[in-house]
Design a binder for this molecule. Structure first.
Ligand SMILES: Cc1cc2nc3c(=O)[nH]c(=O)nc-3n(C[C@H](O)[C@H](O)[C@H](O)COP(=O)(O)OP(=O)(O)OC[C@H]3O[C@@H](n4cnc5c(N)ncnc54)[C@H](O)[C@@H]3O)c2cc1C
Length: 373
């Protein structure tokens, strides 16, 4: 296809969309990235693929997350064939554990809601948990097991997506800040990138937490704000855990090789993407509650990232009612890694004019126009 497509933002969402567009036959695709591709929220993430463990209602958001989760095995297999990079997809299920009476009440409620809705969730006794994960705290009371969940190494995912782009002549322009989307008589003509005008037939806004900062003619972009998350990782020679393990206060994510990640804070502090000693200590304590033996491992990295959060906390997907060739894919908040495959498919279909996903109307921009009215 000869259309000139500009994707603004080279996180997991922009990179995944670029790949899906290429696979649909688009050949003039450019990613414009203000820093380096894959260096913001998508790099900071924990890579958990967990549509169920935080769910209290079986709604459209749960369904889009579950469908994307189901796409991961094929996504990982294809990326390996295309790039030789193993994104370390690991879906053995996740644990959600209780360490106090209050935690047990949370677990009871979640179990009841999900069983009623017909979801697969298993109750575990303390003995079940210790048998499966011997390094979990002796204080554990009980837990839940979500069999369909797991993790992916999100930094390897970014490396694979970037490699896909580079070997398929998808242009990547880094250190290239897009300030404005340009229109003439209501029609899209391009963008201003790095202070220069760039022509485009289609523009896709995949700018995560920074989405509201772009000028878009008369169109008001939906409000997206940054929510900071701080994390750390412990270095370990051996793999000590086989599952992602949550408590109501934090989580640990055991990578296949050498690392156990612990997360994460949830902070409304604007565009400050740095970590703080207090934040990191909080995360560390929550991880030690799950597994006190982590105290003996050295911390090898501390970091923070900015999750993109919309007014209703839900993703924003689709094209603008005022101009069908400006598209948006943002506000994935805590689930952008999980939602990357389905977002890429929905947006690529939409750009190609073959969109059929029910999620376009559920997560489209019309809801904000309705709110404004
Ligand atoms: C600590 C933490 C833990 C997380 N854990 C998980 C998890 O376990 N599972 C999960 O599914 N999700 C997780 N998330 C959420 C997930 O990381 C995000 O939802 C996802 O990365 C969003 O992807 P994105 O591509 O939209 O944003 P980003 O990765 O932030 O990419 C947006 C890109 O756009 C660029 N950009 C912005 N404005 C412009 C502009 N004007 N011009 C050019 N480029 C621009 C930015 O520089 C950036 O590179 C976590 C997030 C954090 C912070």
């Amino acid at each position: 296809m000869r259309k000139e497509v500009l994707i603004i933002g080279g996180g997991v969402i922009g990179l995944s969309i670029a790949r899906s567009l290429f696979k649909k036959g688009f050949r003039k695709i450019t990613i414009l990235e203000k820093r380096l591709v894959g260096s913001e929220a998508s790099y900071a993430a924990a890579g958990m693929l967990a549509p169920q463990s935080e769910t209290e209602s079986i709604d459209d958001f749960f369904r889009i997350c579950s469908q994307s989760n189901e796409m991961y095995p094929e996504f990982a297999r294809e990326l390996f064939e295309e790039t030789g990079i193993d994104i370390e997809l690991d879906q053995p299920g996740t644990f959600f554990l209780a360490f106090s009476r209050d935690d047990s009440a949370v677990i009871k409620r979640l179990h009841e809601i999900q069983t009623k809705a017909g979801l697969k969730v298993e109750h575990l006794t303390a003995q079940d948990i210790k048998r499966a994960e011997p390094f979990v705290s002796p204080d554990v009371r009980e837990g839940l097991f979500f069999a369909n969940e797991g993790q992916v190494e999100n930094r390897k995912l970014l490396a694979a997506l970037e490699k896909f782009a580079r070997i398929n002549a998808i242009d990547i322009e880094e250190n290239c800040d897009v300030s404005e989307i340009l229109f003439e008589n209501g029609d899209l003509i391009g963008v201003v990138a790095g202070g220069k005008k760039r022509f485009a037939d289609e523009v896709i806004i995949a700018t995560g937490a920074w989405t509201s900062l772009i000028k878009c003619g008369e169109i008001r972009l939906p409000k997206v704000k940054p929510i900071r998350g701080q994390m750390l990782s412990f270095h370990t020679a051996k793999r000590l855990f086989s599952h992602v393990i949550y408590s109501p206060r934090g989580y640990i994510v055991p990578r296949k090789f050498g690392k156990i990640l612990a997360g994460a804070t949830v902070e409304d502090v604007g565009f400050d993407g740095s970590f703080t000693e207090i934040g990191i200590e909080n995360v560390r304590q929550n991880a030690l509650e799950i597994a006190p033996s982590l105290a003996g491992l050295p911390v090898d990295e501390k970091w923070a990232g900015l999750r993109p959060f919309s007014r209703d906390g839900l993703p924003v997907l689709g094209s603008f009612p005022q101009c069908g060739n400006v598209h948006i894919a943002t506000a994935h908040y805590r689930n952008g890694i999980l939602l990357a495959p389905i977002t890429a498919q929905i947006i690529a279909d939409n750009v190609a004019g073959t969109a059929s996903s029910e999620f376009l109307s559920k997560f489209g921009l019309e809801r904000f126009l309705r709110l404004a009215a």
